[in-house]
Each structure stands twice: as C-alpha cells, then as structure tokens.
Design a protein around this ligand. Sequence first.
Ligand SMILES: [Zn+2]
Length: 184
Amino acid sequence: MILTGLASLVAGSMSMATGEYVSVSSQADTEKAALKLEKAELAHDPEAEHRELANLYMQRGLDRSLAQAVATQLMAHDAIGTHARDELGISEITQARPLQAALASALSFAVGAAMPLAITAITPGRLLIGVLVAATLVGLAGLGALAAKTGGAPALPAAIRVTCWSALAMGSTVAIGSAFNASV
Ligand SMILES: [Zn+2]
C-alpha cells in the first residue's frame, strides 16, 4: 500500500507538472503572439496605436486632453510595455511562466500527497480511515488559513470554506466509490 502510494505520488506530481506546463505554455504562446502583433502595429501605425491608448484612458475616466497627454508620455517612455499592460493586460507580474508553474504544481502535489502517505505508514490499519480523514481536514484548514493570510485575507472564513468543500468532495468520492463497490 505504501509502495502504491509512493508510485501515485510520483505519477501524480508528474502529471500535474505536465498538465500545468502545457496549459501555461499555451497561455505564454498566446501572450507572445499578441505582443508580436502589437509590436508590428506600433511600428506600422503609431498614431492609431496612440489613439487606441488614449481612448482606453478615456473609457477609464480621463478627459480627452489628459488621456492624450498620458498616452503620449507613456508611449515615449515604453510604448510596447504600455500597450502590453493597458491594452492586453499583460504585465511582468501576470506574465505566464510555464516552468515555474509546472515546478510549483509538482512540488505542492508531492508535499500534499506525502502527508497522508506518512500517516498511512505509521497508523494501525483499523484506525487508518478515521485518522486519515481527520488529519486531512485539519491539514486543509491550516492550508486554507495560510493561503488567506499570505494573500492578506481573513483566515477563518477561508479555513472553513476549504474544509467544508473538501469534506463534501471526500464524502462524495466515498459515496461514488462505494456505489461502484470500490474498496476505500
Ligand atoms: Zn495597441
């Protein structure tokens, strides 16, 4: 059982990493293509790009003359950067990074899978399900609180939300499993 668990840990981490890599890569490709198009447009017709930017700022609440002045100064400062951020919504913070995302996914999956595996290794068989469920819910509540704290949100509602939804997910997994007669 431990061996199977270890195998699933490795397989799961790898499949999470692959899935994340593919999905973030295609996002990165889309962003790259959009940036390339934007660069071509800037080279080809900077005046239209300036109008486009000024219109965007007007939509966001600036009056015409201020919007035009902002567009002029920002484009003089960093034309492609300004268009990427204000028109396409791509900034350095939001830019897709496939490798980073894949590593983060694999690592969090491995850490998340290691905990129940360790509990399985040290808990006697007849107590296992109960201990595992309790430990998982406590761990999830802790992670929910930690995630909220990291993001600057109140910890308690996040912990409750994560725990309740996870309990529901575990419960329905068990229910579906026993409906198909799989051993839990
Ligand atoms: Zn543009």
